[in-house]
Design a protein around this ligand. Structure first.
Ligand SMILES: O=C(O)C1=C[C@@H](OP(=O)(O)O)[C@@H](O)[C@H](O)C1
Ligand SMILES: C=C(OP(=O)(O)O)C(=O)O
Length: 475
């Protein structure tokens, strides 16, 4: 067992920690494997990013130690454990105890200490969840991240903290880098924010709110509220720690000032990361079984069970697994009609679905996803560019994409450092010869094992049914 606890005093908002820059694929573009027959695979997906990072934050703010079973170990969660460790939280890796790596023992400290620079990488959960936690610490805390992270919206978090009485130095007008000066406590109370650009603004404030002196009554005003299931997940994880959160109405939440209980929590597999594998069976044909699919969950990836049948797949959930079957894949000439989907709740599913739409026989419309322009990259622009490059006819709208099939051709697919752009390119590559991904290493953000799992999935074509699982865990 090893205890990681950071004790660095530096506060330099312009510094960046090179060690956590995303992995690049050293050998140049990664040739995406083509499916040469129906696949037949059983896939074990590591833990949910969204659940892991919520449980890490709650564990650090809790009144007693917690154990996380099966947490994700990927760039986003490593950034979160590092950030919490920098503020003083004890993070102990229970080596070899987990299914995919180490379980974690988190020991909260009575007082969080500032005087550190936090690297958010490209993780929305780190950049939106950590500032309210840092505001509870004593001393200055600087935040920065990847170049692409500096383009992601942060204004709502910054303005919210200022409204709660926290001193923030916001030299970049609502973007990273910025610094805040914690006094060891936050007053809380009533607060109105505009979370139209990201549900994470709401989640970040709600997660820290039990530790605010007066709790928090948070109201969202603004045209839209994306990714509502992620807010439900936040509420559920808080309730799981004994915090009596009230959903006053669809746009208002009340969190009392309350202790947060230590807990032993088993993290569900990341259902959104199951998406490319499931789509793989629609494109290549065959069967994919995802192990440990929960019967009940707040993860938005659960919606795949309703979305993917619209592409001609048979999906069943039960006995601890989701099984998707498609007799004949698109790559074998099966015609699949396009869809019209509002993905406002499930934006993180959009890039892989957009790739699938490009392989359909008739046009598709994906709507309700204007906020994807503030994700890891401007995903609407990135998808329009890459899908056009491979021959699809794509129209970009403010809130979505029209995707019409065309004669498709191979090309180098740019991931823009975005894990889901990388996986969407591999989906195209299943059906189209000559697709390569410029930066497959960007999948390390939430699934470092993706390249191997994907190769194993394709290798199951024509076999008796392979288990696609992690032989060794190595982030
Ligand atoms: O809270 C979370 O864990 C997330 C919320 C969503 O963010 P947005 O509301 O910005 O879409 C989602 O897309 C992201 O992948 C994870
Ligand atoms: C939008 C995403 O990530 P983040 O948590 O960085 O916002 C995503 O994973 O699709």
């Amino acid at each position: 067992m090893e205890i990681f606890r950071y004790s660095g005093p530096d506060v330099d908002p312009t510094s960046s920690d090179d060690e956590s820059e995303p992995l690049q694929h050293d050998d140049g573009p990664w040739p995406a494997p083509v499916a040469d027959g129906p696949i037949d695979a059983r896939v074990q997906i590591p833990g949910s990013k969204s659940l892991t990072n919520r449980e890490l934050v709650l564990s650090a703010l809790a009144s007693a130690p917690s154990t996380l079973r099966g947490p994700l170990a990927a760039r986003d969660t490593e950034l979160m454990t590092t950030a919490l460790g920098q503020l003083g939280t004890g993070v102990e890796r229970l080596e070899g105890t987990g299914r995919f790596g180490d379980d974690l023992r988190i020991t909260p400290r009575r007082r969080l200490e500032g005087g550190v620079s936090i690297d958010c990488g490209l993780a929305g959960t780190v950049m939106r969840f950590m500032p309210p936690v840092a505001a509870l610490a004593l001393g200055p805390v600087a935040f920065d991240g990847d170049d692409a992270a500096r383009r992601r919206p942060m204004r709502t978090t910054i303005e919210a903290l200022v409204a709660l009485g926290v001193e923030v130095r916001d030299d970049h007008r609502g973007r990273l880098p910025f610094s805040l000066y914690g006094t060891g406590s936050v007053r809380g109370g009533k607060l109105t924010i505009d979370a139209s650009a990201s549900s994470q603004f709401v989640s970040g404030l709600l997660l820290a709110a039990p530790r605010f002196r007066s709790g928090l009554t948070l109201r969202h005003t603004g045209e839209q509220l994306p990714s509502v299931p992620h807010i439900d997940m936040t509420i559920e994880t808080l309730r799981g720690r004994g915090v009596d959160v009230e959903r006053v109405d669809e746009r208002t939440w009340r969190v009392p000032s309350s202790p947060i209980a230590g807990a032993e929590v088993t993290i569900e597999p990341d259902l959104s990361n199951a998406e490319p594998f499931l789509i793989g069976a629609i494109v290549a044909g065959g069967t994919v079984r995802i192990d440990d699919w929960p019967d009940r969950t707040t993860q938005v990836g659960a919606q795949l069970a309703e979305i993917l049948p619209q592409f001609g797949a048979r999906v069943s959930v039960g006995d601890g697994a989701l099984v998707l079957h498609k007799e004949r894949g698109i790559a074998q000439g099966s015609r699949v009609d396009g869809v019209d989907l509002d993905l406002g709740e499930a934006g993180e599913l959009a890039p892989n679905l957009a790739a699938l739409c490009a392989l359909c026989s008739t046009p598709s419309r994906l709507r309700g996803i204007g906020h994807l322009r503030g994700h890891e990259t401007d995903r609407l622009a990135a998808l329009a560019t890459e899908l056009t490059k491979i021959g699809a006819d794509v129209t970009e709208h403010d809130d979505g994409l029209d995707i019409a099939p065309g004669p498709l051709r191979g090309a180098e697919w740019s991931a823009y450092g975005d894990h889901r752009m990388a996986t969407s390119g591999t989906i195209i590559g299943l059906a189209i010869e000559g697709v390569s991904i410029d930066d497959i290493g960007s999948t390390a953000k939430t699934l470092p094992e993706f390249p191997q799992l994907w190769r194993d999935l394709i290798a199951s074509a024509g076999g008796d049914g392979d288990d696609v699982r992690l032989a060794a865990f190595d982030v």
